[in-house]
Write a protein that binds this ligand. Structure first.
Ligand SMILES: [Zn+2]
Length: 125
């Protein structure tokens, strides 16, 4: 198993996030180019898929490294895009954009709309 001292772990995790941010940036650019191609109705050139960077060998087998309840570094290697495992990724931040927040409020209003409960009660025998 790969064991790391703290500064090396921080550096590799930063590298990990940077790698996937780069992949995400390329993916979004490609998606935008595809949408532009579709909207143009075939007038522009069909966009080529991006050349994604290869996964760095340095990051293979990188452990999560978060401190677990025994006080030891977590050994899981199935990491998410933030460089931590599914147990140590942190809590959801909730909607962050103004559009996301307004969607959340709209869903809340839909959930607690009085009509919704009346419709449910009518269905019951
Ligand atoms: Zn973990």
């Amino acid at each position: 198993m790969l064991t790391l001292d703290a500064p090396e772990g921080v550096r590799l995790r930063r590298f990990w996030r940077h790698h996937f941010e780069e992949c995400s940036r390329l993916s979004h650019a490609y998606e935008a180019a595809c949408n532009a191609f579709i909207e143009s109705g075939g007038a522009t050139r069909n966009p080529r898929p991006p050349a994604y960077p290869t996964f760095p060998n340095e990051l293979r087998g990188l452990p999560c490294g978060a401190r677990n309840r025994r006080g030891e570094p977590c050994k899981r290697t199935d990491l998410m895009l933030n460089g931590r495992c599914k147990f140590h990724g942190g809590m959801s931040t909730g909607p962050r954009s103004a559009a996301g927040q307004s969607r959340a409020v709209a869903n809340l209003a839909k959930r607690w709309a009085p009509d919704r409960h009346e419709a449910r009660d009518e269905r019951r025998p």
